[in-house]
Design a protein around this ligand. Structure first.
Ligand code: C5P
Length: 226
């Protein structure tokens, strides 16, 4: 039987937040942002170890108290220039078995709920490929021209917004990332191999904190217990 692990790339700077402190350490409901997702992942009884991929020069992570995660948390100071590189480096350093499941989750999605995490593991644990949390697109989508005018309306039927966690076998994901370039998520690398990851229905509470105004919404959701 294969084991479940989580890997959280947290080596970015979060330039769009306009802050000196890297985004994953910004204060969110009295804790650094990354604290929330790491705590949720560590609390899942299926997950054996939660690897956190940090920038080699990260000087923040070790300042916080992680004792509530017990011995489940494993920081790896091997982040790369891109998110994909950080995930790839982290997978190599983690020394997982090729058949182990790994759930890659962004530090910038603090509102991941315990029940969505449990549901995704239950839905994918026997899947031959793996899959991702995602939500069907709700808004009408417009394609812009060079003048920022609407060129046309994109049909949204069958379109989903990808979230994380993204859950794949460690060996397959490492191979996919090593072969791919210009991908924005892990599933993209798997797709490039000709495989079709499963979409597991999520909800919008698991959104990515990207802009300063997102902090307020994330705090509200965390205060309500998501
Ligand atoms: O900046 P963005 O929100 O797209 O980053 C998504 C996740 O990837 C964040 O958790 C960020 O810390 C991580 N990342 C990384 N290494 C990079 C760039 C981003 O681990 N070089």
């Amino acid at each position: 039987m294969s084991d479940f692990y989580a890997l959280v790339p947290a080596a970015g700077f979060g330039a769009r937040m306009g802050n000196e402190l890297p985004k994953q350490y910004l204060d969110l409901a009295g804790r650094p942002m990354i604290w929330h997702a790491l705590s949720t992942l560590c609390a899942n009884s299926n997950i054996k170890t939660v690897f956190v991929v940090l920038a080699p020069e990260d000087e923040y992570f070790a300042r916080y108290d992680w004792s509530h995660c017990k011995d489940k948390l494993a920081p790896l100071y091997c982040g790369g220039k891109t998110r994909a590189e950080s995930v790839e480096n982290g997978l190599l350093a983690s020394e997982l078995e090729p058949d182990d499941w790994v759930l890659v989750h962004d530090a910038a999605r603090p509102c991941l709920s315990a029940h969505l995490l449990a549901r995704m593991i239950a839905e994918l644990r026997d899947d031959p490929v793996g899959g991702i949390l995602a939500v069907p697109v709700a808004d009408t989508l417009k394609r812009a021209d060079a003048q920022q005018r609407i060129a046309h309306t994109e049909p949204r039927e069958g379109l989903w917004q990808a979230q994380t966690p993204q859950m794949f076998r460690a060996g397959l994901l490492a191979e996919a990332l090593a072969r791919s370039s210009n991908i924005t998520d892990d599933a993209g690398a798997i797709e490039a191999l000709g495989l079709q990851p499963k979409l597991v229905a999520s909800d919008t509470s698991n959104f990515k904190v990207t802009y300063p105004q997102d902090i307020v919404l994330a705090e509200l959701l965390l205060q309500q217990g998501k």
